[in-house]
Design a protein around this ligand. Structure first.
Ligand code: HEM
Length: 116
C-alpha cells in the first residue's frame, strides 16, 4: 500500500512538473496558455485528491494545508479556463492571468514542501 501511495505521489509530481515546465517554456517565450499546462493541472489534481485520503500512511495528514492547496488549484484551473477562452477570442492572455498561473503553481509546491 505504501509503495502504491509513493507511485501516486510520483504521478502528482509529474503533473506539477508538466504544469510548471510548460508554463516556464511560455514565460520565456510567447506567454500563452497551452494544453500541456491544463493537462499537468488535471494530473496534479486527480493524484492530489487521491493522496488527500489517508491510505498507506502511519501519520496524520494536514487537512488545513490540503484544503488551502485545493483552493489554490481551483483558482489555477479557473485562470487557465478564463485565460484560454480569452486567448481563443483575442489571441493574447492578460499578463496578470499568465503570471498568476505560474506564481500560484509555485506557491502550491512551496506550501506542500515548507508547511509541515
Ligand atoms: C498545482 C497544484 C499542486 C502542486 C504544485 C502540488 C505539489 C506537491 C508537492 C511538491 C508534493 C510533495 C511534497 C512532499 O511530499 O513533501 C505534494 C504532495 C501532496 N499533495 Fe500536492 N500539489 C498540488 C495540488 C494538490 C491538490 C489539489 C491536493 C489535494 C486536494 C494535493 C494534495 C497533496 C497530498 C495529500 C500530498 C502528499 C502528502 C503526504 O502524503 O504526506 N496537492 N504536492
Amino acid at each position: 500500500m505504501e509503495i502504491l501511495r509513493h507511485a501516486v505521489l510520483l504521478v502528482h509530481l509529474v503533473g506539477f512538473a508538466i504544469l510548471f515546465g510548460a508554463w516556464v517554456v511560455e514565460a520565456v517565450g510567447q506567454r500563452r496558455i497551452t494544453r500541456l499546462q491544463t493537462l499537468g493541472m488535471v494530473i496534479a489534481a486527480v493524484a492530489g485528491l487521491a493522496l488527500a485520503a489517508p491510505w498507506g500512511i502511519s501519520y496524520d495528514l494536514n487537512y488545513t494545508k490540503i484544503g488551502v492547496k485545493l483552493v489554490v488549484l481551483l483558482i489555477i484551473g479557473a485562470l487557465l479556463g478564463i485565460g484560454s477562452a480569452r486567448q481563443r477570442k483575442s489571441g493574447t492572455v492578460a499578463p496578470a492571468i499568465f503570471w498568476l498561473i505560474g506564481i500560484l503553481t509555485l506557491l502550491n509546491a512551496a506550501l506542500a514542501v515548507l508547511w509541515r
